[in-house]
Design a binder for this molecule. Structure first.
Ligand code: ZN
Length: 130
């Protein structure tokens, strides 16, 4: 059995997560480099969330019917929206708001449910770390 890919992913995550389980690096928008989170502001969390494919904000509110996207499992969990440096939101899609870059409005980079005001998820795969 070849687990090399999985172990590489685990190594990458180890670099990003500090000993207390928080983000050790600054979280940035992949497109424009806008700062989303400072180091130490979010907790590493594993949860299966479906995020539509990245696109501009205008395309996100009209996600009726079948939506292409990815089920992502590793996220930064933020408890308070004021812990973000910069973040934007889409219009509600059902009970869900997607998090987008505040500057270039590309997204979704994260996920928030209106039923849980203290959980904001940022997908590790949708952001840069520096
Ligand atoms: Zn951006």
């Amino acid at each position: 059995m070849d687990n090399s890919e999985e172990s590489k992913e685990a190594r990458d995550q180890t670099e990003l997560v500090s000993e207390d389980g928080k983000n050790s690096k600054t979280v940035l928008c992949q497109r424009c480099g806008s700062k989303v989170l400072c180091p130490g502001m979010a907790i590493f969390a594993e949860k299966e969330l479906f995020l539509p494919s990245m696109r501009k904000k205008s395309g996100l509110s009209t996600t009726e019917g079948s939506v292409d996207g990815d089920t992502l499992t590793v996220h930064w969990l933020v408890n308070d929206m004021f812990d973000f440096e910069n973040v934007g939101f889409t219009n509600d899609v059902g009970r869900i708001k997607y998090l987008i870059c505040a500057d270039c409005e590309i997204g979704p980079i994260g996920w928030h449910c209106l039923d849980d005001k203290k959980s904001y998820y940022i997908a590790l795969e949708r952001v840069n770390h520096a």
